[in-house]
Design a protein around this ligand. Structure first.
Ligand code: 0RQ
Length: 501
């Protein structure tokens, strides 16, 4: 098979994954590519984990600081977590081994808004970046890089790192060439200028990464698949959530608060988000656009049917079936799919300007509309805030969705007070469960509480929520946001003690 490394100088730097991994040292800060299981390096991290295991077996320390785009895959997050080789990780992760290390206190984790990561690296807030390990799908003759199936923070890692290790993955579809839009106009304050994007499908950058070839210390040729995300068929709960939301959007169009083709949509990951997209694909809206973070199965189906005219994202997150369909026809999506750096896909300025409809999952919401997206029972991380905060705070309409209960009904996802806050009441306009939808816009805290209990809570928990709220309205020291502080987190405490809220 012919090499995808067309640049002669970089072709001379080809080596094995083990040789490349030997260039990473204990204490290094390493910027890895990868976003929701797409475009992560697939061989160097495994070789690095082997080095870490060997060092630990010999009684030597070997841990790195690892920065990524978002979640990766077992051969990156999983392997390094199992080797206990990560001192500090940022941002979003969703790997079970990684989550265990964090929750057991073996790994420090900084959960950041995804739009903040690149600029914080530029500001120097995380210290110096030693090495970038970035998957690309090709190297042009002039040394520019054809990005892979995710863009994430790769532009920043390639610019910032002292050393670059490239994985050139021949598994990636060559038709990815031309799908990316890499914007190089993000100067630092006080030199920053407006980002010239006014339509979701607008191209404002170039298709390739520019690099300083002198910084490349290794090129590793690979041929390995992305993670591929399996989705389960929508169940009754997610179908009900989707139906409530679509009915609400129709109502908003009728009321003149949304145009007939809606506004650009952003959709989180997971089965509920996918069910909402499947619902949107069945109608009644046409000519939709997406300005989102990940392009998942539901969005691809909408592109295939024509319901969605274009999608801007930073990564794919597809099942193997959807990926096979996309790969068979990828060239035809040029101009309809754009992959951008995550600092652009999630940029607050652009989200506010375009007026997005943001739809994200959550762990729990409280009576007043504060939302917890990240923590189970206040202390254990699930995944991370990801892009949900970027979108929720700046969207035209910010929607959070969850089943009304979790763990077979033993947990109410509507609680008196959330055990961790990711999105404050100020950033949450609509809450949806399979029970119904609470439109919180224009409501004071007490009115919000009454509506959330009536529309969203599971009937099994409604009486206890009413009881708490009524007593808070009588006994709280202030009646703007009535709470009984000694009791507000008792539901979580009860679950931890008795296994039932
Ligand atoms: O745990 O698998 O052990 O049973 O949380 O819950 O219902 O499968 O929902 O897959 O949509 O995930 C918020 C985690 C929801 C996700 C979250 C338990 C539940 C299960 C998953 P088990 P479900 P989903 C852009 C947007 C933040 C990032 C984001 C998320 C597991 O949506 O990570 O929005 N969001 N990014 O049992 C205890 C509760 C619970 C609970 C659910 N109240 N208490 N456990 N669970 N509710 C994309 C990116 O940023 C990349």
């Amino acid at each position: 098979m012919s090499s995808r490394v067309l640049n002669r100088a970089l072709r001379d730097k080809r080596m094995s994954a083990d040789e490349a991994a030997a260039l990473i040292h204990d204490g290094d800060h390493v910027g890895m590519s990868g976003f929701t299981g797409a475009g992560h390096p697939k061989t160097v991290p495994l070789a690095l984990a082997r080095r870490m295991d060997a060092a630990h077996a010999a009684g030597q320390p070997f841990k790195i600081g690892m920065w990524t785009g978002a979640s990766t895959a077992p051969e990156l997050d999983g392997a390094l977590a199992r080797a206990n080789g990560v001192d500090l990780r940022l941002p979003y992760q969703s790997d079970p081994a990684c989550r265990d290390r964090i929750n057991h206190g073996d790994m420090d984790y900084i959960d950041l808004h995804l739009s903040h990561v690149a600029q914080y690296a530029w500001f120097g807030f995380f210290g110096k970046l030693d090495t970038a390990v970035v998957e690309v799908s090709g190297v042009l003759e002039d040394g520019r890089l054809v990005p892979s199936s995710s863009v994430g923070n790769n532009k920043t890692w390639l610019d910032q790192a002292d050393k670059i290790i490239l994985e050139v993955n021949a598994w990636q579809n060559p038709a990815l060439d031309g799908l990316h839009d890499i914007y190089y106009g993000t100067a630092l304050p006080p030199q920053r200028q407006p980002i010239p994007l006014t339509r979701p499908d607008q191209r404002i950058g170039e298709p390739y990464f520019r690099i300083d070839p002198a910084k490349v210390v290794a090129v590793v040729e690979t041929n390995h698949p992305d993670r591929q995300t399996a989705f389960s068929a929508p169940d009754d709960t997610s179908l009900a959530i989707a139906a409530h939301l679509i009915e609400f959007l129709q109502h908003e169009v009728k009321a003149g608060r949304l145009p007939p083709a809606l506004l650009p949509i952003q959709s989180g990951v997971g089965n509920i988000a996918n069910a909402v997209l499947a619902g949107l694909n069945k109608g009644p809206f046409q000519g939709l656009s997406a300005f989102t973070e990940v392009l998942q199965d539901g969005m691809l189906e909408m592109l295939e049917s024509g319901t969605l005219t274009s999608a801007s994202a930073t990564a794919f997150s597809l099942s193997s079936e959807a990926l096979a369909r996309l790969n068979a026809d990828l060239a035809s999506y040029r101009g309809r799919i754009l992959l951008r750096p995550q600092e652009i896909s999630n940029h607050p300025e652009l989200i506010r300007r375009l007026g997005l409809i943001a739809m994200n999952g959550m762990i729990e919401a409280d009576l007043y509309g504060n939302v917890n997206s990240t923590h189970v029972m206040g202390s254990s991380i699930m995944n991370g805030i990801g892009g949900s905060g970027d979108f929720a705070r700046n969207a035209y309409l910010s929607v959070f969705m969850t089943p009304s209960t979790a763990k077979g009904g033993r947990i109410s996802c509507i609680v008196p007070m959330v055990s961790h806050v990711d999105h404050t009441e100020h950033d949450v306009q609509v809450i949806v469960t399979e029970q119904g939808l609470a439109d919180l816009r224009g409501l004071s805290p007490k009115k919000r509480a009454a509506l959330i209990i009536e529309r969203c809570a599971h009937p099994d928990y409604r009486p206890a929520l009413h009881d708490y709220f009524d007593r808070a309205c009588r006994g709280a020291p202030g009646l703007h946001t009535p709470h009984l502080l000694g009791e507000a987190l008792a539901w979580h405490q009860r679950y931890l003690a008795d296994g039932h809220m």
